[in-house]
Write a protein that binds this ligand. Structure first.
Ligand code: NAD
Length: 485
């Protein structure tokens, strides 16, 4: 793989406070702007959050649950404004609604779990009977969350909610590509005074992100592998933990026994939702040779039925390509594949409509692993399909990647699919479905290989990432210890 794609020079940590123009992905016009904080403003903000964090921690989990429930209510009251801002930022409607709903249900889910997860274990006696052991979990004072543009609201809150419940203060630096939602979101934070003291969002670009990493005690980063490496290096320099959720090139394996109709419909959603601009998008499909022809025909026929959400945002299913640079990358991957002999069954190019950039659902065959479209993250509505002769060959192809985020296996029986899924080197495998980690956040998982670093952001373990363990070792007798001089 071209290493320049997953390596980049890291920025300076002195944010510039000049306005950053923001593009509307439907019109192509730069019709909004954000102003990043100066280094002094950033430092004052982080100091303020730090000052309030001990009170937040001391007030206990029941209080924190009440405050988050009040925030949920404030978000609900601003749902229309949030959806409108997200829709303008991203050009798509239904995924914007899904984002807001998912944040609301995420608050409820974590509030239900928090008290039990944060309960301290009873003291116990050590192997040495006159020493008692009492553990305590101590939150990191200030957590930094840095998030990408593809699900701007959801990915800026996914780590924020459990971090707050754990007792941390949080500073969030969302993507500069899709920042309009920050206004209604900050409004909802301001409506809950106790929350406003320990949570804030800072607009800004990569230099603000880099400055945030220098001002915090733990970083949760979601974004590209190249930036993740910069964040990991900065975190190492600062000796702080870094939880990195990065890119993917998720494979799907379709065994000969799979149900053709269900599998093609499932993969269509798994590849096309958010116009493929999703880390867990299915980006390569390996199909058993025996069913390859009917599979491709059915998939292409279904893909052709999906329509662009244009000109009406509420029409169709496929929104615009949100980020211009991504549209350039999709074109690069398509041109590379076509030059190397790939056949296009539908879609196949980025087109400009009304100033926005769009790509129709694309099915490609005659693809192989010399093509970028099979090895590098494309982040578009593209389904390259490749036949295999044995399940072993399919597993080898699925694992022929630097990534290991997630994947999917389809088969006639769960056992057959699981046997293959166990051999895929990735942190989450959907069985007879695709992209389930988009909706199911309860299962603990790690990102494998270059797709990430650190503990699970899903399931109960996610909350524990924000606590350090401290132990009190208490001597309970008055006799001299046998090991003393
Ligand atoms: P990106 O890496 O360009 O930017 C992500 C964020 O990092 C932005 O807020 C940006 O301003 C900030 N940033 C940039 N340089 C920085 C630095 N040196 N220090 C600190 N912050 C910095 O990613 P993107 O283009 O916004 O998002 C797309 C990528 O995100 C894709 O690779 C996608 O797969 C990945 N992603 C992963 C997940 C996941 O859960 N694994 C989810 C969504 C997106």
């Amino acid at each position: 793989m071209n290493q320049s794609k997953i390596n980049q020079p890291c920025p300076s940590t002195s944010p510039r406070s000049k306005p950053i123009p923001v593009r509307n992905p439907r019109s192509g016009e730069f019709d909004y702007q954000i102003l990043a904080p100066t280094p002094e403003q950033l430092s004052v903000t982080c100091d303020r959050l730090r000052q309030h964090q001990p009170t937040w921690q001391a007030k206990g989990v029941t209080h924190r649950i009440d405050v988050l429930q009040a925030w949920k209510q404030a978000l609900l009251e601003r749902k229309t404004a949030l959806v409108a801002a997200l829709t303008t930022d991203t050009g798509r409607v239904s995924e914007s609604v899904l984002e807001v709903d998912s944040v609301l249900s995420g608050i409820d889910r974590w509030c239900r779990l928090a008290s039990e997860l944060l309960a301290e274990a009873n003291p116990k006696t050590a192997a040495i009977p006159f020493i008692d052991i009492q553990s305590q979990s101590v939150p990191y004072p200030l957590v930094g969350v840095i998030s990408p543009w593809n699900f701007p609201l959801l990915l800026s809150t996914i780590d924020t909610i459990p971090a707050l419940l754990a007792g941390c203060a949080v500073v969030v630096k969302p993507s500069e590509i899709t920042p309009r939602f920050i206004e209604p979101l900050m409004d909802a934070i301001a409506a809950v005074p106790d929350l406003q003291t320990i949570l804030t969002y800072l607009p800004g670009a990569k230099d603000t992100g880099a400055a945030v990493v220098d001002a915090i005690d733990l970083v949760c980063f979601t974004g590209s592998v190249a930036t993740g490496k910069c964040v990991a290096q900065a975190a190492a320099n600062n000796m702080i933990p870094a939880f990195l959720e990065l890119g993917g090139k998720d494979p799907a394996i379709v065994l000969a026994s799979a149900d053709l109709d269900l599998t093609t419909t499932s993969l269509l959603w798994g590849s096309m939702v958010n116009a493929g601009q999703s880390c867990l998008s299915i980006e390569r499909i390996y199909v058993a040779e025996r069913i390859y022809q009917p599979f491709v025909e059915t998939l292409a026929q279904k893909a052709k039925q999906l329509k662009l959400a244009y000109p009406e945002p509420n029409s169709g299913q496929i929104g615009p390509i949100i980020f211009t640079q991504q549209a350039g990358l999709i074109t690069e991957h398509l041109e590379d594949a076509i030059a190397k002999g790939a056949k296009i069954h539908c879609g196949g190019q980025v087109e400009t409509l009304g100033g926005g950039q769009w790509c129709r659902p694309t099915v490609l065959t005659q693809v192989n692993h010399t093509m970028k479209i099979m090895t590098e993250e494309t982040f578009g509505p593209i389904m390259p399909v490749m036949p295999f002769t044995t399940p072993e060959e399919a597993v080898t192809l699925a694992n022929d990647t630097v990534y290991g985020l997630s994947g999917a296996v389809f088969a006639g029986t769960v056992a057959e699919a699981q046997t293959v899924g166990q051999q895929i080197d990735a942190g989450a495998i959907s069985i007879n479905d695709a992209g389930l980690t988009a909706l199911i956040h309860e299962g603990e998982k790690n990102a494998f290989r270059a797709s990430g670093l650190g503990g699970s952001r899903m399931g109960p373990a996610a909350l524990k990432r924000f606590m350090r363990k401290k132990v009190f070792l208490t001597k309970t007798n008055l006799a001299p210890d046998p090991w003393w001089f």
